[in-house]
Ligand binder design. Structure first.
Ligand SMILES: Cc1ncc(COP(=O)(O)O)c(C=O)c1O
Length: 490
């Protein structure tokens, strides 16, 4: 869908321009923020910032600087420009990342007790949305890709079955996922709409996709109703800056705005918002050309990595099974485990010996993202380092580092919301079997919830947790990180 307003000019940055004009006025402030734009920052802060940021830290002024929670003027125009450039009906700027976007998309579409299909391997913000809305999650069980050891996408056939079995209000999928793999969003959206449900997409890792034809389509182009993107992850906006896009017709836009008003600060940072306005202008006017370079670099890098002994870079070879519909070539999923180093060790070698930080690592892989911030030089530096580490013997036998996937999903005795808002107490892990969990228990690897509040703790889950701890893995979520105890509903 498209914003057809001919008065909008993608070269302009209306909100940023209004801020710059106000900064240049040098008004004398008797309002917040307390630094008033005049208080000298600590020298160390100045050194860190590389310049004086405070005079740019302006707040809303009626008629002069527009307000995020009731935009009427330049910020409204900036959001309309963003909607036009993404070819959607409406865009909201977010200053609490896709985290707030995912929570809002669930809260804005599902009421207490309504069912939402979501992959078990969803970001924790989706679980946050379920707790806050009271929606009942209907999970797509994790379908571990045999080569990567992590679920990469959501299988349409599994979703079709869930639609047959449940009355569904919305489906929420992550596409692309952290590894850059995409689900068939178009088919999922058609399925959702045929069942009177809404299609919500966590596209935190795909804000760049719509701007180059060699990249997979964005969910904005595939019939989704709500699409959340981290503009800070794959474009040039500052950290925390995201967008929530809407296609009208099924979603109540006023309720989305109301929920964002509930969840986001009432003092939104102009610096963050301005960076969204500028990121949109940059992408709308130069995105295709910039992404052409990124695309060419990614093709060259993938091919070069595949030529290095002991390394492999996934791509089209994983398409067509386990729900995997497409891949984003700008994410380099590099299998390093054949070198004898595991992913975590390899990641640390890149950091400590070559001054290179990957995006993340798992047992077998190091994942690196290429963006419009990359150059041939940065990519060559990465390729040289990869080659050089792969020639360094690890001194260990090559291992396949298999982690057995968690057992089947535990039984849900209470909804996540019910379990979250009633009293709980810690009990020893070995006495917890049969009780209802009050903690989130997310083992790393693989980073997929093993237990969600409201689920019954069984022998399999306890055994798997013990295995992960023995292996030296970590667990995110519980109050007691040692996992000697676990919180259960009293
Ligand atoms: C798949 C996915 N969704 C959502 C988020 C949250 O995004 P943000 O950091 O913009 O809040 C992340 C963050 O890493 C993510 O990986």
């Amino acid at each position: 869908m498209t914003q057809t307003d001919k008065t909008l000019n993608q070269e302009e940055m209306p909100f940023l321009a209004s801020l710059l004009k106000e900064k240049q006025q040098r008004q004398t402030s008797f309002h917040m923020p307390g630094h008033k734009g005049t208080l000298a920052p600590h020298p160390m802060l100045l050194e860190y910032w590389g310049g004086d940021v405070q005079p740019a830290d302006l707040v809303e002024i009626i008629g002069i600087i527009d307000y995020l929670h009731a935009p009427k003027d330049k910020l409204l125009e900036a959001q309309k420009l963003a909607a036009q450039s993404h070819e959607v009906d409406q865009t909201f700027f977010l200053i609490n990342g896709s985290t707030v976007g995912n929570i809002t998309s669930i809260m804005g579409t599902a009421f207490d007790g309504e069912k939402v299909i979501m992959p078990r391997a969803s970001h924790r913000s989706v679980y946050g949305g379920v707790v806050l809305s009271g929606a009942i999650p209907v999970y797509v069980p994790p379908d571990y890709h045999p080569q990567v050891g992590f679920p990469l996408a959501t299988d349409t056939q599994v979703v079709a079955r869930l639609f047959q079995e449940h009355q569904i209000r919305a489906i929420h999928v992550t596409s692309p996922n952290y590894y850059g793999y995409l689900s068939d969003v178009q088919q999922l959206a058609e399925m959702a709409h045929a069942h009177g449900a809404m299609m919500l997409v966590d596209e935190a890792h795909g804000s760049h996709l719509a701007f180059h034809e060699a990249l997979p389509h964005s969910a904005t182009q595939l019939g989704a109703d709500v699409i959340v993107q981290s503009t800070h992850k794959t474009q040039g906006a500052l950290t925390q800056c995201s967008m929530l896009h809407l296609n009208h017709g099924r979603v109540n836009a006023a309720r989305i705005a109301q929920i964002l008003g509930l969840l986001q600060t009432s003092s939104p940072s102009s610096i963050l918002l301005a960076s969204l306005d500028a990121a949109r202008q940059f992408m709308a006017t130069q995105g295709r050309a910039l992404l052409e370079d990124v695309y060419q670099l990614s093709v060259m890098a993938r091919e070069a990595i595949r030529q290095i002994d002991g390394l492999w870079c996934y791509g089209e070879d994983l398409l067509g099974s386990h729900g995997v519909f497409n891949y984003d070539p700008t994410k380099l999923v590099i299998r390093v485990s054949d070198t004898g180093w595991n992913g975590f060790e390899f990641y640390q070698l890149l950091r400590k010996e070559y001054g290179i930080d990957g995006e993340f690592s798992d047992l077998k892989h190091v994942i690196c993202s290429l963006t419009i911030g990359d150059t041939e030089l940065s990519v060559m530096k990465l390729l040289n380092a990869l080659k050089s580490i792969s020639e360094k013997p690890s001194g260990k036998p090559v291992s396949d580092y298999e982690v057995p996937p968690p057992s089947t999903l535990p039984e849900m005795a209470l909804s996540p919301r019910e379990a979250y808002f009633i009293p709980s107490k810690p009990v020893r892990l070995d006495t917890a079997i049969g009780q209802i969990c009050a903690d989130n228990i997310i083992p790393y690897p693989p980073g997929i919830p093993l237990l969600v509040p409201g689920e019954v703790i069984n022998q399999d889950t306890v055994d798997y947790l013990r295995f992960i701890m023995r292996m030296g893995g970590g667990v995110v979520g519980p109050e007691d990180k040692s996992l000697e105890t676990i919180r259960v509903i009293t």
